[in-house]
Design a protein around this ligand. Structure first.
Ligand code: TRP
Length: 333
């Protein structure tokens, strides 16, 4: 039984990629491991986000966790900012990480590059983001972190920081391992199949939101970008649009059929798209029913989050206390 931690930022509407790559993947860990799943609202503040939207999306993300089958009786479900120890531990870890290793992070370089000549507008928190993520993980003495491949470098940083802290101050942190999702769990944008389906792309045409109606899902799948060859084959490099649809189909059917084998069933893109749409509609139907039920019981959800935060606080404060003592902060009388 490993100690497990993961989280999603409430930075937009959750989509099919979040469901297949994260939420659905997390559910079985509850049976085998000691799990915590967090809504990382402080991370969302690295983006330009309306306060009212952040608040609403934080609750929506909690509803999606519950609707996906995360179960407060077996997993600790909570909101990151409800546990102040994350922010405080971040400071101690920022004093352990170096500027150079943060500036080298690919995600930071990409996001800072988007600021172009306006580096004054690049938030300092984009640089320190992975340290907050390390604090999330290390506060719970986490052993296993289920994440997508894009987070590999951030987990590596958490390992580096934990190892350095322990060497300098004594054994406080557990060095965590990443548990990387298989490639097929990575769902791409339907309009731009070379990029990941994303909460933060403003145009929703390439994204299947978890709240989309069956009609919206069918329309988006029908309009998904393909290619002109009109031959169904699984070739992610040469036919990224079709490969993505086959990945989605394989993941939604979840019956062990590989995307390459599924490809052989189809003589036309139209037939493939129709089946993809049906499979996604069928996959999301029970999820959406549970989502509606939880939404109608929002008072209960707030209570569950409060209980989750209380449990998380006890654990995180314990680790934080050890870290404070290790670095030499004078304990208050
Ligand atoms: N950075 C992660 C992402 O964007 C979210 C995240 C924050 C996270 N803290 C975490 C994931 C801790 C795993 C563990 O996907």
């Amino acid at each position: 039984m490993a100690r497990v931690f993961s989280g999603i930022q409430p930075s937009g509407t959750l989509h099919l990629g979040n469901y297949l790559g994260a939420l659905r993947r997390w559910v079985p860990y509850q049976d085998s491991d000691d799990t915590r799943f967090c809504i990382v609202d402080l991370h969302a503040l690295t983006l330009d986000i309306e306060p009212a939207a952040l608040r609403a999306q934080t609750l929506d993300t909690a509803l999606a966790y519950l609707a996906a089958g995360l179960d407060p009786a077996r997993a600790v479900l909570f909101v990151q900012s409800h546990v102040p120890a994350h922010a405080e531990l971040t400071w101690l870890l920022e004093c352990t990480a170096s500027y150079g290793e943060l500036a080298r992070m690919t995600q930071f370089k990409d996001k800072a590059a988007r600021g172009g000549s306006h580096q004054e507008l690049v938030r300092a928190s984009l640089l320190t983001y992975p340290v907050l993520m390390a604090a999330d993980i290390l506060a719970y003495r986490t052993e296993k972190v289920p994440v997508g491949d894009d987070q590999r470098q951030h987990i590596e940083l958490a390992r580096t920081v934990a190892t350095r802290f322990n060497a300098r101050y004594g054994d406080v942190f557990v060095v965590p391992d990443a548990d990387i999702a298989p490639v097929a769990a990575r769902i791409m944008d339907l309009q731009q199949p070379d990029r990941k389906m994303s909460k933060s792309i403003p145009s929703p045409a390439g994204r299947i939101d978890l709240t989309d109606t069956p009609d919206e899902i069918r329309r988006k799948v029908r309009r998904a970008v393909t290619d002109t060859a009109a031959e169904v084959a699984y070739d992610p490099d040469r036919k990224p649009g079709i490969a993505n649809l086959l990945d989605i189909l394989a993941a939604a059917l979840d019956d062990g059929g590989s995307p390459a084998v599924l490809a052989e069933r189809y003589a036309s893109y139209g037939a493939l798209k129709a089946d993809v749409a049906d499979a996604v509609v069928a996959l999301l139907e029970p999820f959406q029913a549970r989502l509606a039920a939880w939404r109608a019981d929002a008072g209960e959800v707030h209570k569950l989050l409060a209980a989750g935060a209380a449990a998380a606080r006890a654990e995180a404060e314990h680790t934080l206390g050890r870290a404070r003592e290790a670095v030499g902060l004078l304990a208050p009388a």
